[in-house]
Design a protein around this ligand. Structure first.
Ligand SMILES: *Cc1c(COP(=O)(O)O)cnc(C)c1O
Length: 458
């Protein structure tokens, strides 16, 4: 018998979570204005809102916390992080930031101006927010296959080279400060980008003299999928694959709350000293001096250790397989989800789950609320509310896909928790025909409305 995978760690400390009744949850979600971000964590049993900053650190990371160097300038923790970044990604220059969006803010301050065009593969919401905030435009060049949940494509995060070249041809290079490749591509379902595609994008970018930046939050999961799906790399270690991937980029932004398995932190890394100097000015203004930039020394230590652990095959296998377990259950029940399964989350195709609901009633949000009411699970809407309004016309942007994302925190829940989540999904699926009404918006912010939106039941 082939031995199955098993987690390459055991549990040293546990944290209590609390169950609730359906009656309590009906009250709480109403008080929360039907926005799951407004719930207290104590009102949630299994929290799949995000895999960002919610992972469990290892004993080695915690011990690194104890030897953090809190010196304002030149801390040993800074050099530990610098060495880890050089070793894993190959970049000579880096700036610590307090999280991923801060990295975007600093880098974009140095590179993006009003009227610019930033092509990429389904930009992440904060990335798009930071681009649009500067009155620049994010252009989605993801392959069409990504938008059909029924197609099994191994690299649904890939950029469509024709779409990309059309953009590069249409605008002068002065208007295109960078191409952003998001690995894995969150917005299209945690889907990876192949090394071949990274290489092709880089070649195209060089032809038009445009730098390529990787939005790298889940770079390690992306590398794991490359090992499994891109034949040429089957025998390479994850660390070797990561080195190879980043050869095709000029720099990166990182939300360390994902694949560096820390609760807070981020960074920018780059090859160009000139850009480093330019970005340093903004880092000092927005984040902190260049050797800590919004992070404590102890957090930089834990981050350096986390990068090493997250790029080990056994860890990645247990992580991605746990996500796949939830995916397999959905398939068994006949629930349509994005396939292949993503690296960090399962994305439920809500238009197929609730075909009776009109898009104006926020289909994915309606399902997210139902899952909470049924079993105290908190997922997140990746649909019309997240897609926000068009900055010019102020009309709702209706995305092709309406998802509920169930993100699995790293090293946090057991497979029994996953089975519980699956049972909740099954129960809601069985009564899906009774869900005939959605929600309307009673309050929204002008940008990134999903965090604070308030809703009313129709
Ligand atoms: C999370 C994330 C960000 C933003 O990072 P924060 O740490 O949440 O600020 C940017 N891009 C991608 C792809 C992400 O997943």
């Amino acid at each position: 018998m082939n031995l199955p995978y098993a987690e390459p760690y055991k549990i040293k400390m546990v944290e209590q979570i609390t169950k609730s009744t359906k009656k309590q949850r009906l009250e709480w979600i109403k008080e929360a204005k039907y926005n799951l971000f407004n719930l207290k964590s104590s009102q949630v049993f299994i929290d799949l809102l995000t895999d960002s900053g919610t992972g469990a650190m290892s004993d080695k990371q915690w011990s690194e916390m104890m030897i953090g160097d809190e010196s304002y300038a030149g801390a040993s923790s800074f050099y530990k992080m610098k060495d880890a970044i050089k070793k894993i990604f190959g970049f000579d220059y880096f700036l610590p930031t307090h999280q991923g969006r801060a990295a975007e803010n600093v880098l974009f301050s140095a590179m993006i101006k009003e009227g610019d065009i930033v092509p990429g593969n389904s930009h992440f919401d904060t990335t798009k927010g930071h681009i649009e905030f500067r009155k620049a435009k994010a252009v989605d060049c993801t392959i069409d296959e990504a938008f059909d949940t029924t197609i099994e494509h191994p690299f649904k995060g890939n950029l469509d080279l024709q779409k990309l070249e059309n953009v590069l041809k249409k605008y002068p290079k002065e208007k295109i400060p960078m191409i952003i490749v998001t690995i894995t591509c969150n917005s299209s379902g945690g889907q990876p980008v192949s090394i071949q595609n990274m290489k092709d994008v880089k070649e195209l970018a060089e032809k038009y003299e445009i730098p390529v930046f990787f939005d790298s939050a889940r770079f390690a999961e992306n590398a794991y999928f490359i090992k499994l799906r891109e034949k040429e790399f089957a025998d390479k270690t994850i660390k070797e694959i990561v080195t190879k991937m980043f050869k095709y980029s000029d720099g990166m932004t990182m939300s360390s709350k994902k694949d560096a398995i820390v609760n807070m932190g981020g960074f920018i890394a780059m090859r160009s000293e000139e850009l480093y100097k330019k970005a340093s000015v903004f880092n000092i203004m927005f984040e902190g001096f260049v050797t800590y930039g919004g992070m404590s020394g102890r957090d930089m230590n834990a981050l350096a250790q986390g990068l090493d652990e997250a790029t080990e095959f056994d860890y990645l296998e247990s992580r991605v397989e746990q996500v796949a377990l939830l995916g397999k259950r959905c398939v068994e029940f006949g629930i349509q989800i994005q396939k292949p399964f993503g690296g960090h989350a399962i994305f439920i195709d809500c238009k197929k789950f609730l075909p009776q609901l009109p898009k104006e009633q926020y289909i994915a949000q309606t399902l997210a609320i139902e899952l909470y009411i049924e079993g105290g699970i908190r997922g997140v809407e990746i649909g019309t509310i997240l897609a926000d309004r068009d900055p010019e016309t102020r009309e709702n942007r209706y995305p092709e896909l309406e998802f509920v994302r169930l993100a699995i925190p790293r090293r946090t829940y057991t497979n029994n928790h996953i089975e519980y989540v699956a049972a909740v999904l099954k129960n809601v699926f069985d009564r899906r025909n009774e869900i005939t009404k959605g929600y309307s918006i009673s309050y929204e912010a002008p940008i990134m409305r999903h965090f604070t939106v308030e809703l009313e039941k129709i």
